[in-house]
Design a protein around this ligand. Structure first.
Ligand SMILES: Nc1ncnc2c1ncn2[C@@H]1O[C@H](COP(=O)(O)OP(=O)(O)OP(=O)(O)O)[C@@H](O)[C@H]1O
Ligand SMILES: CC(C)(CO)[C@@H](O)C(=O)NCCC(=O)O
Ligand SMILES: [K+]
Length: 249
């Protein structure tokens, strides 16, 4: 079995797959290294032979988790690293090593899946978009705050924006003008994100032409479901790229 990890700024997405077999054994989302180890240790029948990881955390945090996995399960973890070219895609950043590895693997995974021009939208702690041409040239992209950051900034920098998770959840049922703080903030931020997504489609047409595939991934993907008709919702897009970046040898 192969352990695959996508370590974002807030959560660790993990899954276990079988070598050469389709379908996953199991997977989930946790908010700390300790939780990850706990969940895996409690899984019966787990026999890890390989482990691979993509991390946008600091090198120290990443190494700490690699060491924990070695200690607990006796496997080395292969970590994805930056590249100028991978699986027929050329990194578009001036300093290629500065492009977030989650973005890089998602866009490589997208292009490898369809072999056509792609727009990749990832809605996590931050929201990112990336443009890949039909020839596999990464043209660059955009970064903006995601829902957790927008909400957090409003709470942190105002005195009177305060509401709980239940109110937040309830507020998300419509886009009507808010009649409470929770509704006003939740709907306002969601509309900003939807506006961002719509503008990405316009930019994609401009930079990629009419024939491109939209991929949407990340924990908040459903926020833009109906503004990106025809888009492919692929929660495991980063893992597709991860397998290409860290093939088993
Ligand atoms: N099962 C889940 N567990 C955690 N967050 C979830 C889940 N489903 C949806 N979300 C939402 O997804 C968002 C986090 O997205 P995601 O997990 O893709 O990114 P992240 O790890 O926080 O950050 P990064 O962008 O660095 O990968 C949060 O707004 C959270 O509310
Ligand atoms: C933008 C995030 C935080 C999204 O997870 C990550 O891809 C990252 O830390 N990127 C580095 C900066 C960049 O991509 O230009
Ligand atoms: K991410």
């Amino acid at each position: 079995m192969i352990l695959e990890l996508d370590c974002g700024n807030s959560f660790i997405k993990w899954r276990v797959i079988r070598q050469g077999l389709p379908g996953l054994v199991l997977g989930g989302v946790v908010d700390s290294d300790e939780k990850l180890i706990e969940v895996l240790a409690a899984t019966s029948g787990l026999s890890l032979r390989h482990s691979r990881m993509v991390s946008v955390r600091s090198a120290e945090e990443t190494q700490k988790l690699v060491a924990l996995i070695a200690e607990e399960f006796g496997v080395e973890t292969q970590c994805a690293s930056s590249a100028r070219i991978l699986a027929g895609v050329a990194n578009g950043y001036e300093a290629y090593e500065r492009l977030g590895l989650d973005r890089w693997l998602a866009l490589v995974g997208a292009y490898a899946t369809v072999g056509k021009a792609c727009l990749v939208l990832d809605l996590g702690t931050a929201i990112t978009s990336d443009f890949v041409s039909a020839k596999g040239e990464h043209l660059g992209g955009y970064i903006c705050p995601g829902m957790p950051l927008m909400r957090g900034q409003l709470r942190t920098h105002t005195r009177r924006i305060r509401y709980d998770d239940v109110a937040a959840e309830e507020a998300q049922s419509s886009f009507a003008p808010g009649r409470s703080t929770a509704e006003a903030v939740e709907r306002g931020c969601a509309l900003m994100i939807r506006g961002f997504a719509a503008s990405q489609l316009t930019l994609a047409q401009q930079y990629l032409g009419d024939d491109f595939i939209v991929f949407v991934t990340g924990g908040d993907a459903e926020l833009i479901g109906d503004v990106t008709p025809g888009a492919r919702h692929m929660p495991d897009l980063v893992f597709v790229g991860l397998a290409l970046a860290c093939p088993l040898v």
